[in-house]
Unconditional design. Structure first.
Length: 215
């Protein structure tokens, strides 16, 4: 190969390696999904405070910039197909909470335009915040001994719910949980003559409720 062509090939290779290293550095700097979810929860809390400040008359304009940023994160995470079930469960819970707040803000903005009582809006905010903390998820299992993926999803959802409510999870390993679920499934199927069992995880009043019912 002529010296000139060899020089161009070497420069092209150097540019390719530089671009590869740059992409690798950018990927390393990207926050993990768990970090994004934690930041999203904090941003929702901050956005609520900013709207409260605005509705109390201490800010001249509503925090639409923060609102737009939060919704962009929701869209990005919602389109991410790599989320685990526990991450998707948390995202759905945050979505429900944010949707309740967004509808409340819309009604409050409309009420301000129509001259309604701001104190009534504040009481509605408290009700929306309490209601948004409630959530429920269900799983149906035919054979808990063999259907490990479903039991794993059930386990992840239960751990996530307990963590949200501040309940201990240290003594609940997956092998132990799998054994308990398999035993419970066998007992219910034998007792009621059903073919499968529905497990439900509910958060009510800040506490986790875990139930099983034959179908």
């Amino acid at each position: 190969m002529p010296i000139r062509e060899n020089k161009f090939a070497r420069q092209a290779q150097q540019r390719k390696e530089l671009q590869k290293n740059k992409r690798g550095t950018q990927a390393d700097n990207q926050p993990t999904v768990d970090e994004q979810l934690k930041r999203l929860e904090e941003d929702i809390r901050r956005l609520k405070i900013e709207f409260d400040i605005y509705f109390n008359g201490a800010a001249k304009r509503p925090p639409y910039d923060t609102k737009s940023r939060v919704e962009t994160v929701f869209k990005r995470l919602g389109d991410d197909r790599s989320l685990t079930f526990a991450q998707r469960y948390l995202l759905n819970s945050l979505t429900a909470r944010y949707t309740a707040f967004r509808e409340l803000w819309r009604r409050t903005m409309q009420g301000r335009e129509e001259g309604r009582d701001a104190a009534a809006a504040a009481r509605a905010t408290a009700r929306a915040e309490a209601g948004s903390a409630e959530s429920s998820v269900n799983f149906v299992c035919d054979d808990a001994h063999k259907d490990v993926p479903t039991v794993r999803q059930l386990y992840d959802a239960l751990i996530e719910a307990k963590m949200r409510c501040g309940e201990p999870t240290e003594d609940l390993s997956f092998p132990r949980f799998h054994h308990l679920i398999a035993t419970k499934t066998d007992t219910l199927k034998e007792r009621s003559g059903c073919d499968r069992v529905r497990f439900s995880i509910d958060i009510e009043g800040g506490r986790v409720s875990f139930k099983a019912k034959g179908e």
